[in-house]
Design a protein around this ligand. Structure first.
Ligand code: ATP
Ligand code: MG
Length: 429
């Protein structure tokens, strides 16, 4: 096991190592593949952005910005931050590159690390990874909301993520006859039960009453059940939009559960919100959060723009997949096809050529850098879990007849060079 070293990864960060990284790559390739079939292109925004971008987009009062951001002074004395999320960056890029001129909507996805100075625990890190997508510009047709959700569900389905549950809600829009009216009533109702609420909820009641609905505190649950619900206060347009989103989900065969307590705390979030949970994650079981944010691009200085998106927590997605396969990250090995056991002066040149041909054909090949006795070489080949060992000594080279050993059963066969390649290709299919 690892010995304690002088340097260790910073708290809340970690090394992702083989063979686990193979799973990360499979997840990311699947995302690229599925999102591509829905017409999304990849964006790779920078990891540092002006602090002000997040203060605006995520909100200066939010925990993320006020407490959790890694912020530093850049050379020109402007303030920069490591991104805590990427929606703000995508919207900035949309404006900066005049993407409203492109055929709308613009559909973008991203994959990469985010940074939040949170208390580390299972499924919660200070450097974590998100896979997200945004649809910007064009209309706010309910079919867009439904298709975005269908895309995430298709992705999870493709990965066979266990116990996937989709919850949806509509939080209306920020107007007196809609959410603002509701929040006023919610606040009034909260005033009446204030004494029975915990300190967090009492604080949120003032700063952001919707957030009280997020509370996980046991003793607050029966109180929250009695509070007014937003569905009864949506304006006609938002009500119709929500009904249509549900219809569109049904047309796509996407199963959902409605959760009236699912909210987003920021003003520009509106209408559709959703969250997806998965199995095997304990209390950190949300693997995806998303919603509509029609006001955000304008808030950042761009034109009025419709927008909807989601962010998947890739670390949690991986944890859930691992729990399902009951596969500890270190038990499965990286696959090695051929270990070339070479010995002798002429053999190395042939071994190098053989390695090149095999690799070009897509096999993974281990070529020892220095000569080894065959016994030692075969030992190492089986330690590396190689499928085959190719034995090349001066005799084999001179005769043009190569020996291939199947390590699982120890059987050996002789091949000419071209026949060997054919045999390996056939046995792969
Ligand atoms: P949570 O309630 O779990 O803190 P959040 O509301 O902060 O989530 P979002 O900002 O909506 O999460 O991010 C979307 C997803 O990113 C979450 O559903 C989660 O899977 C993942 N995520 C968020 N913060 C972390 C973190 N510190 N470590 C690992 N994953 C995270
Ligand atoms: Mg959080």
């Amino acid at each position: 096991m690892a010995t304690k070293s002088k340097f260790q990864a910073i708290r809340g960060t970690r090394d992702l190592l083989p063979p686990e990284t193979a799973l990360w790559n499979r997840v990311e390739e699947t995302a690229r593949q599925v999102f591509g079939t829905f017409g999304f292109g990849e964006i790779r925004p920078p990891i540092i952005e002006p602090t002000e971008l997040f203060a605006r987009a995520v909100g200066g009062d939010s925990d993320i910005v006020s407490k959790e951001m890694y912020t530093f002074e850049d050379r020109d004395e402007s303030s920069a931050s490591l991104r805590p999320e990427a929606t703000a960056s995508v919207c900035r890029a949309y404006i900066e590159h005049g993407m409203q001129q492109l055929p709308l909507p613009v559909k973008l996805y991203y994959i990469g690390p985010m940074f939040r100075r949170e208390r580390p625990q299972k499924g919660r890190y200070r450097q974590f990874y998100q896979i997200g997508a945004e649809v910007l510009g064009g209309s706010d047709a309910p079919a867009i909301d439904a298709e975005v959700i269908e895309m995430v569900m298709t992705f999870f389905d493709r990965l066979q993520l266990p116990g996937v549950q989709l919850e949806i809600n509509s939080i209306g829009h920020n107007a007196d006859n809609c959410r603002r009216g509701y929040v006023a009533q919610l606040k009034a109702a909260l005033e009446k039960v204030k004494d029975r609420l915990g300190a967090d909820s009492q604080r949120r009641m003032e700063s952001n009453p919707l957030r009280v609905l997020d509370s996980k505190l046991e003793h607050e649950q029966p109180i929250i059940e009695t509070l007014p619900r937003i569905a009864d206060h949506l304006c006609d347009d938002c009500k119709a939009h929500y009904a249509a989103v549900k219809r569109q989900l049904e047309m796509r065969g996407v199963l959902y559960r409605e959760n009236w307590r699912l909210v987003r705390g920021l003003d520009y979030y509106m209408r559709t919100t959703f969250e997806i949970t998965a199995q095997g994650l304990g209390s950190q079981n949300a693997v995806c959060g998303g919603g509509r944010y029609d006001g955000l691009v304008e808030l950042l200085g761009g034109p009025p723009t419709k927008g909807i998106g989601f962010a998947i927590g890739e670390d949690r997605l991986i944890l859930s997949l691992q729990a399902a396969q009951n596969q500890s990250p270190v038990t499965s090995r990286q696959s090695l096809d051929v270990f070339i056991a070479w010995m002798g002066e002429h053999a190395q040149a042939t071994a190098i050529r053989a390695a090149k041909d095999l690799r070009n054909a897509g096999f993974s090949v281990e070529l020892p850098p220095i000569e080894q006795k065959f016994g030692k070489a075969l030992e190492r080949a089986s330690k590396l879990n190689s499928l085959y060992a190719l034995i090349l000594g001066d005799n084999e080279v001179a005769e043009g007849s190569w020996t291939l050993k199947t390590l699982a059963d120890g059987s050996q066969r002789k091949f000419t060079e071209p026949a060997l390649l054919d045999f390996l290709k056939d046995s792969r299919d």
